[in-house]
Design a protein around this ligand. Structure first.
Ligand SMILES: N[C@@H](CCC(=O)N[C@@H](CS)C(=O)NCC(=O)O)C(=O)O
Length: 209
């Protein structure tokens, strides 16, 4: 039975789960969430995920939201991306950091500067969140100095979470050239067999963007 991932292409949080499924070589299919038309705010969607967020993974009786939990599920199922046993908490530490500091800010800044109607954009809020995003990117760039991967010597869920918003083509204040260690790491990750960009993995709302 194929795993179903409720997701949409513009969602970097969904991308983290979709990329993990794809790189793990699992049989999965995306189920499109019409997020920009309120698709995650319906009673039906809230019954699927009370948190009202994408992604949601369904496999048989298993129903999971939160990309970090989904990534751990994939690790438990396949033995991939967990890192060395001694690095388990280090991987978890980066997943929690990413969800709080990097993808959270990057996701909202990108949403506000690309997808929110122009009349609803608040320049002060965008400036504040952009500052936090830049601080997080600098943290990651510093950490990656002299390292190939975020934790240990191979690809782990730490990498698969932190890259969530960093391959998108839309302009939102993340310039790869300004972060040489992140740039090299993203290139390295994109050379992994089976790697795909977000819009090649999941259906998107704005195909022409
Ligand atoms: N920490 C969650 C974040 C998920 C999330 O915020 N997803 C966005 C789409 S990219 C969402 O569904 N937001 C709905 C909302 O905030 O109401 C995860 O990693 O899965």
């Amino acid at each position: 039975m194929s795993i179903k991932l409720h997701c949409f292409g513009e969602s970097g949080h969904s991308y983290k789960a979709a990329l993990a499924l794809e790189l793990a070589g699992l049989d999965w299919e995306p189920v499109y969430v019409d997020f920009f038309k309120g698709g995650s705010r319906t009673d039906e969607y809230r019954a699927l995920n009370l948190m009202g967020e994408s992604p949601v993974l369904i496999e048989g009786d298993i129903r999971l939201s939160q990309s970090g939990a989904i990534q751990q599920y994939i690790t438990d199922k396949t033995g991939k991306f967990g890192g060395a046993p001694s690095d388990r908490y280090e991987v978890l530490r980066w997943i929690l950091w990413d969800n709080h500091k990097l993808s959270s800010q990057a996701g909202v800044v990108r949403f506000m500067t690309n997808f929110l109607p122009k009349e609803k954009r608040n320049a002060d809020v965008i400036a504040f969140l952009s500052g936090r995003m830049v601080a997080a990117l600098q943290t990651l760039d510093t950490h990656l100095e002299g390292r190939e991967w975020i934790v240990g010597d191979g690809l782990t869920n730490a990498d698969l979470t932190c890259c969530g918003y960093l391959y998108y083509p839309e302009e939102y204040g993340f310039d790869r050239a300004a972060y040489p260690n992140i740039d090299a790491w993203l290139t390295r990750l994109s050379k992994q067999p089976g790697w795909k960009a977000p819009y090649d993995l999941m259906p998107r709302a704005f195909p022409s963007a």
